[in-house]
Structures are given as C-alpha cells and as structure tokens.
Design a protein around this ligand. Structure first.
Ligand code: SAM
Ligand code: SF4
Ligand code: FES
Length: 330
C-alpha cells in the first residue's frame, strides 16, 4: 500500500515503470488469478441529455448520427452473446430519457432470463430507479466519477453536479450492487495530485470495479484542440489502482487499445483482469463515437470474441467461465 505522497512520486517518476507494472501483475495474479472475465458490451443508445465537454455523444454535438436500439433487438444481441458463452452483459448508453424506469425494468427482466450477470452503465438516475433496476435483476452498475477534483469536474460537466454523482455511487452501494467507477486520465488541467486522490477515492468507496481510460479528444467537442491523455500515465494509474485495491475487477479499457495497438494486452499484463468486447451489431458501432478511432467499429460480435480469445491465449491466460463476481467483500 502506498501513501498519497508515494503515489504522486510514482506517477511523476518514469524510471520505475517496469517495477510498477510487474508488481501490479503479481498482485493481480495472487489476488484474482489468471482468468480473464469477458463482459459483452451493448452500446444501445447514443442519445444523451448531458454535455460532458470531452464526449462525442454530448447533447450539443449536432454531427452525431443518433440511434436507439429497442428491446427486441437488444434481446437478440444478448441471446447471441449468451450463445457465444458470455456470462456478463453490460448495457451502456448516453443519458437517454426514452428508457423510462418501466422500459428499463422490462429490458432487464428479459435479459435475466438468459444465464448472465447484468451490468448497467446508463448514468445518473434516482434512488428509486436504481432500486427498481436492482429488483428487476441488475447485478452491477458502472458510473465513473471521472475526476475527484471538484473544480475540474465542474469545468468538464456543465449543468452536472459532483455531489449527485457521489450520491449515485452511494445509493448503488446501499442497494447492494457491485459498483464500478473510474476516471479519465489526461483531462486538460488535471494534476498528478488529483489522480492520486482518484486512486484513494476508489479505496474509500470500496469500489468493486475500476475502469481507467486515457482521455481522447473528439473533434466535435469543445476539447477538440486539447492534448490526448498519455497511454503510459493511464497504465500507471491502473497499475497503482490494482496495488491499492488488490482483489477488485479492473478492465483493460478500449480507450487504451485506441491509443496503443496492443493496449489491452499490455494492460492485462499490468494489473487488469477484465475485457469488455463490443457485442453491438456492426451497423451501430461507428455511431457510438465517444472518441475518434475507436477500435472494432468495422467488426462484428463473433470476430471480436475470436480476436480477444486468441489474444488472451497468446499471453498464457484463459477466459474465465464463471460470472466473475467481485472478490472484494468490502
Ligand atoms: N453516459 C454514461 C456515463 O457517462 O456514465 C455511460 C456512457 S459514457 C460514454 C462512458 C464513459 O465514456 C464515461 O464514463 C467517460 O469516462 C468515457 N468517455 C467519454 N468521452 C471520452 C473521451 N473523449 N475519451 C475517453 N473516454 C471518454
Ligand atoms: Fe453523455 Fe456519458 Fe457522454 Fe457524458 S460521458 S455526454 S453522460 S454519454
Ligand atoms: Fe474487436 Fe479485436 S476485439 S476485432
């Protein structure tokens, strides 16, 4: 375990990166083993009422070609993924008011008829909504805090409220979800100190899952001219997260592979134990453009499953066959 001061020193010093990555890999192996959990990701709507400055799905991006996938088509996607052996489905979208509490409950109940764990990643909702989703069978929820620096949070999220984001995380914990959170690395004006705070925050809220992604500027957002985040720094934040929270689930994020051709495999060798292959039908993929040059937009669910399976095998690891519930008993 490291103190905040030590975390900052490690983040600033690039001479010990190999030591850090192998310590994170060893910690991963000892605590969660060699199995890699695949979570099939359905990007079911790119419509969003929010205006996060970094995101290509933001409301004010008039160049986005918007779509919604309705219940029957979602179920078809899930059935195919379940037939391929996926044990977890992740439903992700913008904050799209079309999916009312009742509509989500129906979708959740239908998905839970398959032999899968279900994760939602649909943004900020009320306690009552989260309770209804949990009662309908949802197991997990992903909602990144994005940054724990309140000033930066305010700059990045017009009309959003840091305290409400926190409230969501707390409600989800109270309701018994496995809770996933995480941060962006490389946002404009983000400090190393605040990244250290992010890592300590993940511990404080006893996250079950933490996703770390480098920031990638999107041309149709206010941050179009900003520098992109550093792959190495994102990897270091991820490795430190593994060391500080040894038994949680940590994905090798798609954004890492977007910045580095072998990014997910490098992440899997530096502390990660989860991959979230895209199982969205090909026709929608390019439209879920949260950042440019996203991987797999011209591929289909079968290709991605085979591709990632082969990559995992090539590093001597294996695809876990269980649901991959959190080891973190808090
Ligand atoms: N709308 C939900 C939310 O914000 O929680 C879920 C979907 S949102 C697209 C999922 C994640 O995408 C966000 O938590 C954010 O960290 C990430 N993201 C958005 N824009 C990004 C960018 N330009 N670069 C890297 N990651 C980005
Ligand atoms: Fe919407 Fe999520 Fe993108 Fe923010 S990050 S604009 S909430 S999809
Ligand atoms: Fe989609 Fe490799 S994971 S093609």
């Amino acid at each position: 375990m490291f103190t905040k001061k030590e975390i900052i020193e490690i983040l600033k010093d690039d001479t010990k990166n190999e030591w850090l990555f192998s310590l994170a890999d060893k910690t991963r192996k000892e605590n969660v083993g060699d199995g890699i959990h695949l979570r099939g990701l359905v990007e079911f709507s790119n419509i969003c009422k929010c205006n996060c400055k970094y995101c290509g799905l933001r409301k004010d991006n008039n160049n986005a070609d918007r779509y919604r996938i309705l219940k029957d088509e979602i179920i078809k996607i899930v059935k195919h993924a379940s037939d391929m052996g996926y044990k977890t489905i992740v439903l992700q979208s913008g904050e799209d008011g079309y999916y009312t509490t009742d509509k989500m409950v129906e979708i959740i109940k239908s998905i839970k008829e398959f032999d899968v764990a279900l994760t939602l990643s649909i943004g900020e909702r009320s306690y009552e909504d989260y309770k209804a989703f949990k009662d309908a069978g949802a197991d997990r929820y992903l909602i990144r805090i994005e940054t724990t620096d309140k000033n930066l949070y305010k700059q990045m999220h017009p009309n959003m409220d840091f305290d409400n984001r926190l409230r969501c995380l707390k409600d989800l914990k109270t309701l018994g979800y496995e809770v996933g959170t995480g941060c962006l690395v490389g946002l404009p004006n983000q400090t190393t100190e605040s990244l250290a705070d992010d890592i300590l925050f993940f511990r404080e809220i006893q996250a079950d899952m933490v996703g770390i992604g480098p920031f990638i500027p999107h041309p149709d957002t206010p941050l179009n001219n900003a520098d992109k985040g550093s792959f190495t720094l994102a990897l270091k934040v991820m490795a430190l997260t593994r060391i500080m929270l040894p038994d949680i689930n940590i994905p090798a994020t798609t954004a890492m592979e977007t910045l580095h051709p072998n990014g997910r495999i490098i992440a899997l060798k530096s502390g990660a134990n989860v991959v979230m292959p895209n199982i969205t039908t090909q026709q929608y993929r390019a439209k879920y453009e949260i950042y440019p040059d996203k991987i797999c937009v011209n591929d289909n669910p079968d290709k991605c499953r085979n591709c990632i399976g082969a990559k995992i095998k090539s590093i001597g690891r294996f695809v876990a066959e269980n649901y991959g519930f959190s080891h973190n008993k808090g």
